[in-house]
Write a protein that binds this ligand. Structure first.
Ligand SMILES: Nc1ncnc2c1ncn2[C@@H]1O[C@H](COP(=O)(O)OP(=O)(O)OP(=O)(O)O)[C@@H](O)[C@H]1O
Ligand SMILES: [Mg+2]
Length: 508
């Protein structure tokens, strides 16, 4: 007596079909074995499945002799407890306790001892896989049904208990398909406590954040303690453009695999804002682990990664950002090939200029020695600094400025300009997989950023005066393209290049 049920595994952000084969040999001593590269969570599955079957009122495995479960393909590592439900169903089928046609059906779900079905990670990639492979029905934990229902063209069956699933198979009580989510879902800019209008002055920094949001560029805010760097970074999400459906699906897939979706959430509808502490480990920041999971940089994909107290992050952790800051993704090497997670985020970093924090304050005395100031700066390596496009000084505000009852611009107004600059970029890159100017390669820079003689002249002198790297040169042009888009100018003008140059890191 044997059975075969289809289930799935997630490798990185992609799903793969797994066949759950159950063979029951009625005679002999009881033995329940799971083979096919299972990890401990799956080995423990035997106990969960046995109890869930018994507590749902069926004949449990220990009364059925020798049972062997094979998870195929055997060379694919299986990491999560999502095979509990298919193993239980396969066992009931193999022991002829239920009968049902399982062709074109895929089942995933973890079981609790009393037979309830628990939520799992990675439902969205599994639903995309099931659709791509032509399955007609996908059985998922009820809590994950909303997430799966984003995928059109496959029927989602929400399962809350093993018992109700068996009732469904026997025809005693039918479970209806989960309604599919409307594609025209309303995206929101999110709800935030801080608005740009709450922040007094700091026009220079606000302008830089606007450019960063419009073109997807990286920013470093540098200034004395209490000048408002953290405040400015916290207000950044309020000026980001709204998500498109395609971007939302990309982000939701990452959140789904990392198990970060809220209960019943179908799509991530506002841009991510991740703010990991400087004590975070490399794996927490960039992802990885025995069974690789996305880290903070991937959870910040298409949103903002805010690294406050930038200089306090261990150098070894920061150096891991070099590849993702350049390629927009992180490659994780494993024993069996490598996999990648997308990580196209806007980096907003904030730091003090030295240990005491007053090196750049004209009115306060810096108590650090020259050597200490240099050592503090050296905490961030040159290659990391080179990848940051906008270097901004955030000065301490004077009493008058703080008292001013000026009409600061609202986030809403800034966001409107950012949105229209993004629209221009969407038209520019209509036939390309790019979203913003920051993603252009050097070929694309040549194609989309025509520079007249004046601009070339200015750039030439900047390259020699600032001793710019090739990367620095390209990054200035990309920033200038964004500044031109913000002012709705078709061509890059000299003034746009000039503004872009002043944001560049100066290597004194
Ligand atoms: N421009 C500003 N407008 C209004 N309030 C401000 C401004 N700048 C700073 N503040 C006030 O000062 C507090 C401290 O600001 P914030 O935490 O952003 O400083 P910081 O530059 O990050 O300092 P540190 O270097 O110590 O981290 C804020 O919570 C806010 O109340
Ligand atoms: Mg701060």
């Amino acid at each position: 007596m044997s059975s075969k049920i289809y289930s799935a595994a997630t490798i990185g952000l992609d799903g793969e079909v797994v066949e759950v084969e159950v063979d029951v040999l009625g005679a002999g001593l009881h033995n329940f074995n799971i083979v096919g590269l299972p990890d401990t969570a799956i080995k423990e599955s035997r106990d969960r499945v046995s109890s869930a079957i018994k507590n749902s009122g069926f004949k449990p495995p220990h009364q059925c002799g020798r049972i062997t479960v094979n998870l195929a393909p055997a060379d694919l590592p299986k990491a999560s407890p999502i095979y509990d439900l298919p193993v239980a169903v396969g066992f009931l089928l193999a022991t002829k306790q239920i009968q049902f046609d399982f062709t074109n059906k895929m089942i995933v779900g973890e079981l609790s001892l009393d037979g309830r079905v628990r939520s799992i990670h990675g439902t969205l990639p599994i639903a995309l896989l099931a659709k791509e492979k032509g399955f007609r029905e996908l059985y998922v934990p009820a809590e994950n049904a909303a997430e799966a229902s984003v995928v059109k063209g496959i029927n989602i069956v929400p399962v809350d208990t093993l018992y109700s699933l068996i009732d469904h198979f026997s025809g005693a009580r039918h479970i209806s398909y989960f309604p599919s989510i409307d594609g025209d879902i309303l995206f929101s800019p999110g709800e935030y406590l801080i608005d740009m209008s709450h922040i007094k002055g700091q026009q220079h920094a606000k302008r830089a954040l606007e450019i960063a949001a419009a073109g997807g560029h990286n920013v470093l805010l540098n200034g004395p303690p209490g000048s408002g760097k953290t405040l400015l970074a916290k207000a950044m999400p309020t000026i980001l453009p709204q998500l498109t459906l395609a971007e939302s699906l990309e982000i939701t897939k990452i959140f789904s695999v990392a198990g970060k979706l809220r209960k019943g959430q179908s799509l991530v509808t506002s841009r991510p804002y991740r703010n990991p502490h400087h004590s975070a480990s490399s794996v927490a920041l960039v992802g990885g682990g025995t069974y690789p999971k996305p880290g903070e940089i991937s959870l910040a994909h298409r949103g903002v990664l805010f690294l406050d107290e930038f200089a306090e992050f261990p150098k070894s952790v920061l150096e891991n950002l070099r590849q993702p800051l350049e390629d927009g993704m992180i490659t994780i090497s494993r024993a069996k090939g490598s996999l990648y997670f997308p990580a196209r985020f806007i980096l907003v970093a904030a730091m003090n200029p030295c240990f005491c924090g007053n090196a750049t304050d004209p009115e306060k005395i810096c108590t650090c020695t020259q050597a200490q100031v240099v050592r503090y700066k050296q905490k961030i390596s040159g290659p990391i600094m080179d990848r940051i496009d906008l270097h901004i000084e955030v000065p301490r505000l004077s009493f008058d400025k703080l008292q001013e009852n000026g009409n600061e611009e609202k986030s809403e107004q800034i966001r409107a300009r950012v949105e229209s600059a993004r629209k221009i970029q969407a038209e520019r890159f209509a036939d390309l997989p790019l979203v913003s100017n920051s993603e252009m390669s050097s070929d694309q820079i040549r194609q989309f950023c025509h520079l007249n003689d004046e601009c070339q002249q200015l750039l030439r002198s900047a390259v020699s005066a600032l001793k710019l790297s090739a990367r620095g040169y390209h990054r200035i042009i990309k920033i200038a393209r964004t500044i031109a888009d913000l002012s709705k100018s078709e061509n890059i003008q000299q003034a746009h290049i000039a503004e872009a140059i002043q944001y560049r890191f100066k290597t004194e």
